[in-house]
Design a binder for this molecule. Structure first.
Ligand code: APR
Ligand code: ZN
Length: 361
């Protein structure tokens, strides 16, 4: 099968033939129909996050289950599914309390070093699937806990973005911040994930949703998806702008960029007693400096991993929100491309030209 592979020392992906193993217990083979390009893939690609290579990138995918291993119970051959990084072992305390993102045994859904690898080059060298998924490939071999069944009527390129951009953005609003009707919200970074924070805040009934981006071209779509106010951070001081719009600051300030400086801004934007949330991802050695007076004023700073929810519960619900016209998936997909165009897609994402670019197989 063909897959987009990140090799040692490379700055671009190479599309090449590799093989997947046969499914073992609780594993499924999915024929991929579409896979979104996420900024987290870019973190792997540009070295912000240093991870083993060669690696098949991609984690936000949709497809059809083609084969199942022993004991697979949650999906069947022929089911349409989306993949999600937010999968846990299902048996530890965090998984039982509905937080698989904090799973204590994340290796339970991987194959261990020393086991036969799930993916290998044609001459037998192991290839790592990103996040245990590696969705930029014609097929993936993953644990069934990372495969979520969806109805047949969701177009593949829209279904794909459910698994990361939507789960992360809506989850940050519904599970972590628990935005209430009438709350005020600021969102720094209006990319694929930030736009879903905006949609989640609209669905939750936020009274004011201030969208902030350093690239003014990102703002019109933020407005169409629910932002009530648009702030061009390349032109205006975003903290001043939020204070002018809301007086005291906002109930919830979301950082969806992945930079210490924008986290500091989110803390400034939060009203006394309210909170900022770090959705953006930074390199493993990044340190933050946050003014301590924020804590004296009762503000909190929350970490968010992949929206903090349970994909097997949440994704079917998000499909219903889409069906009711509350969640706009189509506007999120700016461009579809072929696997051979994957590097162009990542360049467009890095250049801020797209909300999401999605590879169609
Ligand atoms: N201030 C405001 N906006 C900024 C700034 C800044 N200093 N720097 C970048 N941005 C904007 C970009 O213009 C872009 O619109 O942040 C947005 C990032 O969007 P994407 O590149 O589409 O990234 P996305 O996939 O949404 O991920 C955002 O969340 O899950 C994490 O790893 C992911 O760290 C990444 C973040
Ligand atoms: Zn992602």
């Amino acid at each position: 099968m063909r897959a987009a592979i990140l090799h040692e020392g490379a700055e671009d992906l190479v599309v090449d033939e590799i093989e997947h193993d046969t499914p073992g217990p609780h594993e499924v083979v999915i024929r991929i129909e579409a896979c979104g390009l996420c900024h987290s893939d870019l973190h792997w690609l540009d070295g912000t996050l240093v991870r083993p290579r060669p690696q098949v990138l991609g984690h936000e995918a949709a497809g059809v289950v083609e084969a199942v291993g022993a004991g697979v119970a949650s999906v069947s051959v022929g089911d349409r599914v989306v993949t999600c990084l937010l999968a846990g072992c299902g048996g530890c305390a965090p998984c039982h309390r509905g937080e698989p993102g904090q799973c204590r045994n994340p290796e339970a859904i991987r194959r261990l070093t020393g086991d036969r690898p799930r993916l290998a080059t044609l001459d037998g060298h192991a290839v790592t699937p990103m996040g245990g998924i590696g969705g930029l490939a014609e097929r993936v071999l993953i644990d069934e806990r990372g495969a979520i069944a969806i109805p047949d009527d969701v177009p593949a390129e829209l279904a794909a973005i459910l698994g990361c951009a939507v789960v992360t953005g809506l989850g940050a609003v519904f599970h972590v911040a628990q935005v209430k009707p009438g709350d005020t919200v600021a969102v720094i970074g209006c990319g694929g994930v930030g736009l879903n924070v905006i949609q989640g805040a609209r669905i939750a009934g936020a009274a004011r949703i201030v969208a902030i981006d350093a690239n003014p071209q990102k703002l019109p779509l933020a407005g169409r998806l629910g932002a009530t106010d648009l702030v061009d951070a390349s032109d205006a001081d975003p903290v001043e702008a939020v204070r002018e719009l809301t007086g005291a600051g906002v109930d919830h300030a979301f950082e969806v960029v992945g930079r210490p400086a924008t986290i500091a801004l989110a803390m400034e934007m939060a009203a006394a007693g309210r909170a900022a949330y770090v959705v953006g991802v930074m390199s493993d050695d990044t340190q933050l400096t946050v003014a301590a007076t924020h804590f004296r004023r009762g503000k909190s700073l929350h970490g968010v991993f992949m929206g903090g929810g349970q994909p097997k519960v949440d994704i079917p619900r998000y499909v219903e929100l889409w069906r009711r016209g509350l969640l706009d998936l189509a506007s999120m997909v700016s461009r579809t491309l072929t696997l051979d165009e994957v590097n162009d897609g990542f360049r467009a994402l890095a250049a801020g030209e797209v909300a999401r670019a999605v590879v169609r197989f």
